[in-house]
Write a protein that binds this ligand. Structure first.
Ligand code: AMP
Length: 224
């Protein structure tokens, strides 16, 4: 049985990168709501058409839409053995809805892992970020470069800038994070489920700390 966790942190704190690695390590799905929405936008579905503009502007999609989407995704069989949530919840109502949803399924959230990164580092990371258009893996020329410049390590596709990584949208997403999402740290801390990791360093070190924290939390639970 793998962990059931949420990754918390500012945009650009490394949630996608770490989420991908954690999912691989524990053999459980990475559920990224941003990814699900980008795919819907790419396919031009009714959901995609309804969220496209807000996403491009770096604004949040409504709680109602996101709670429905998360409920649908987390109701599927592949997350029974655990999951890593990236990008959800992003507001207090979403966090409360997630607890209700998972409580109802009898599989409560184990922890929220908070990736702590100073605000100025986040802005620099986002403005330089590159993404693989095929597998969506992200890179950064300074901290997390691909082996061959401009090319995805996994599938050889040419890397591109994510559409909402332009300067205006980056600023807005950081503001929205501070206004709506930062409170979640307190929400999980109050309920004794917060794991905090210094994420302003190399991805290997962050990953090692995350695994140690998650395994430690699981062992603690098993012992009680
Ligand atoms: P992300 O890939 O997590 O940075 O998400 C990209 C964009 O998708 C965000 O800027 C929002 O517009 C939207 N989005 C993703 N997840 C959520 C969520 N839980 N609540 C509201 N909007 C979201």
């Amino acid at each position: 049985m793998g962990p059931r966790i949420v990754l918390l942190g500012a945009p650009g704190s490394g949630k996608g990168t770490q989420g991908r690695r954690l999912a691989e390590r524990y053999g459980i799905p990475l559920v990224s709501t941003g990814e699900i929405l980008r795919e819907a936008v790419g396919r031009g579905t009714p959901l995609g058409r309804s969220v496209k503009e807000r996403m491009e502007q770096g604004m949040l999609v409504s709680d109602e839409t996101m709670i429905d989407l998360a409920g649908e995704r987390l109701g599927r069989g592949d997350v029974r053995g655990g999951f890593i949530l990236d990008g959800f919840p992003r507001t207090l109502p979403q966090a409360e809805a997630l607890d209700r949803l998972l409580g109802g399924l009898g599989r409560p959230l184990m922890a929220a892992a908070y990736l702590r990164v100073p605000a100025e580092v986040v802005a620099t990371r986002l403005s330089a970020r590159l993404e693989c258009p095929t597998c969506r893996r992200t890179y950064n020329p300074s901290g997390l470069p691909p082996r061959r410049s401009g090319v995805c390590d996994d599938d050889g596709a040419g890397l591109v800038t994510r559409q909402d990584d332009d300067a205006g949208s980056v600023r807005r997403r950081i503001e929205v994070y501070a206004a709506e999402t930062a409170v979640l740290r307190g929400y999980y801390e109050r309920s004794g489920r917060l794991l905090e990791v210094d994420a302003d360093r190399d991805p290997e070190g962050v990953f090692a700390d995350l695994v140690a924290a998650l395994d430690g939390a699981a062992a603690g639970r098993a012992g009680t």
